[in-house]
Design a protein around this ligand. Structure first.
Ligand SMILES: [Zn+2]
Ligand SMILES: [Zn+2]
Length: 245
């Protein structure tokens, strides 16, 4: 048992379990109270086969939303647990800034149901952070989620196949095209990426899916190295009001 695990067990024993969003006492730590659970907008089918945008009305499997019909993303689907909103963003922020690392396990438990759709020996790849950001923060939240997902499903994770070679400025407020241009050259493949990726399906793990430009940039490279399909696995997906279809 590692020191972290021991300390975590002591903390679990000493502190009452709290709702991961509002902090009221609950039976098990890193769960939600009923009120917060009901507020979360869990995403379910039918959704766009490429970007995961939920459809209001039933459509055939494989249907695309209006945006993807015009400009289909390189990745082959998005599996997001919830819609990005005030409640779900709290979870993402607390994981990202390290106050509640157990949240990675909670997110992975929700993503696990999607992973069972892939029986073709896929590989989990977390979206990489730039090295300097890793040094300041101490960890990559996507690796934490990926590691827990690997543990829960038995699917291998590899975080050396792709790395972030360029720091990118905050993308908030930029158009999809601007974001795409900025992140296009931000990633590079690891030394033996093609050997590991040939013919593989990739579960590309991220915390939040915003415009898809980051996952698309990763997907482009991973496919260049021979990966067959790229499915984005994330906690929350941003859905703008005008997008809901
Ligand atoms: Zn709560
Ligand atoms: Zn779409």
């Amino acid at each position: 048992m590692s020191l972290t695990t021991v300390l975590q067990s002591i903390a679990d024993y000493a502190l009452p379990a709290r709702c991961a969003i509002c902090g009221v006492s609950v039976e098990t730590d890193n769960r939600f109270c009923l009120a917060c659970w009901e507020k979360l907008d869990f995403l379910t089918r039918p959704w766009c086969a490429a970007c995961g945008l939920p459809f209001v009305f039933e459509r055939a499997d494989g249907s695309l939303c209006a945006k993807c019909l015009v400009d289909r993303p390189i990745h082959d689907g998005v599996r997001a647990v919830v819609r990005y909103d005030d409640s779900s963003s709290l979870i993402a922020m607390r994981l990202k800034y390290g106050t509640r690392l157990g949240l990675a396990r909670l997110i992975a438990e929700h993503l696990q149901k999607f992973a069972h759709e892939y029986s073709d020996d896929p590989i989990i790849i977390p979206v990489p952070l730039h090295r300097s950001r890793l040094w300041t923060r101490g960890f990559n939240q996507s690796v934490l989620i990926g590691r827990e997902l690997a543990r829960a499903t038995g699917i291998d994770m590899n975080y050396n196949l792709i790395s972030r070679c360029k720091m990118t400025p905050p993308l908030r407020g930029m158009s999809g095209a601007q974001r795409g241009k900025i992140v296009a050259s931000a990633f590079k493949l690891g030394a033996d990426a093609d050997k590991q990726l040939a013919g593989k399906s990739v579960l590309l793990v991220d915390d939040v899916y915003t415009s898809g430009s980051t996952s698309n940039a990763c997907a482009r490279l991973l496919k260049k190295a021979g990966a067959l399909n790229i499915f984005v696995f994330c906690w929350a997906r941003v859905i703008k009001d005008f997008e809901a279809s």
